[in-house]
Design a protein around this ligand. Structure first.
Ligand SMILES: Cc1cc2nc3c(=O)[nH]c(=O)nc-3n(C[C@H](O)[C@H](O)[C@H](O)COP(=O)(O)OP(=O)(O)OC[C@H]3O[C@@H](n4cnc5c(N)ncnc54)[C@H](O)[C@@H]3O)c2cc1C
Length: 232
């Protein structure tokens, strides 16, 4: 039976099995869980739990709705209780997970209006979920900021799919903008019909959101999901 909000007995913890952990860098990894019928909507998060089942953190689902695995792109925080625990799991281990939840809905107006995705770091997760779920529905533009090139998860696929600019802040790479994503705000196509989806660290979401408002974009067309309140 599929695991959905409707049929899960909330008295029982929901447990999935680790398929693999892919390390992109020493501090960024992808956790893959066997989906086992788990259903979600693009933009949803799930709370993942520590070993004792007492501590949980929300993580945005990065896989397509039809993929057989659930993917999460996770930054390992120094001394981070949950992000460190999950990053050290081996295939076959069991993980407690909540039912999916969320209000961030990238591209939800895609049939009626253009849309733009803007992400830093693991904030690309909901946009990867969108790309894999709706490959024929393309954003007008994607702006993606990372610290180093190996952290640009999904960049190759995003480039083949849409019009993408990458900003790499801590490495100089020929042909790629060196600096923070906010140095490229002028490249964002501005249009009153367009919806803008911002996801990642608070400083980027605040700065980019304020900039869009100053350019005359209505606040109801700017959608924000903040993962971290911290310095980069
Ligand atoms: C809606 C939502 C979705 C999220 N989705 C994702 C996701 O897809 N991928 C992802 O990697 N994270 C995501 N997060 C962040 C995630 O939930 C955790 O906050 C993060 O993994 C740290 O948890 P932890 O238990 O490892 O660290 P904690 O044990 O909570 O913190 C350990 C130490 O690190 C510090 N710390 C915590 N966060 C930061 C930070 N960002 N920078 C510097 N220091 C910090 C704490 O103050 C503490 O000292 C999301 C958050 C929200 C609110």
């Amino acid at each position: 039976m599929k695991k959905t909000v409707e049929n899960h007995n909330i008295e029982e913890p929901l447990i999935l099995t680790v398929k693999s952990v892919i390390n992109y860098t020493s501090s960024l990894y992808e956790l893959q869980l066997d989906k086992e019928g788990y259903e979600f909507t693009v933009g949803d998060c799930a709370a993942l739990y520590s070993a004792d089942g007492k501590t949980s953190r929300p993580y945005s689902i990065a896989s397509g709705t039809n993929e057989p695995v659930l993917r999460f792109i996770i930054r390992k925080m120094p001394d981070g209780v949950v992000s460190t625990y999950l990053g050290n799991l081996r295939p076959g281990k069991k993980v407690q997970i909540s039912l999916p939840f969320g209000w961030f809905r990238p591209g939800q107006n895609r049939a009626d209006s253009p849309f733009v995705f803007i992400a830093t770091g693991s904030g690309i997760a909901p946009f990867l979920a969108f790309m894999k779920s709706y490959p024929k529905s393309k954003p007008a533009y994607v702006l993606y900021g990372v610290k180093t090139l190996p952290e640009a998860v999904g960049y190759g696929n995003l480039k083949r799919w849409s019009n993408v600019d990458l900003a790499v802040s801590r490495e100089k790479i020929k042909g790629i903008y060196n600096g923070r994503l906010t140095g490229l705000l002028d490249r964002i196509p501005l249009d009153k019909q367009t919806h803008y989806y911002l996801c990642g660290i608070d400083s980027m979401v605040e700065e980019t959101g304020s900039w869009l408002e100053k350019q005359g974009i209505d606040i109801t067309s700017i959608h924000r999901e903040v993962f971290f309140n911290a310095e980069e």
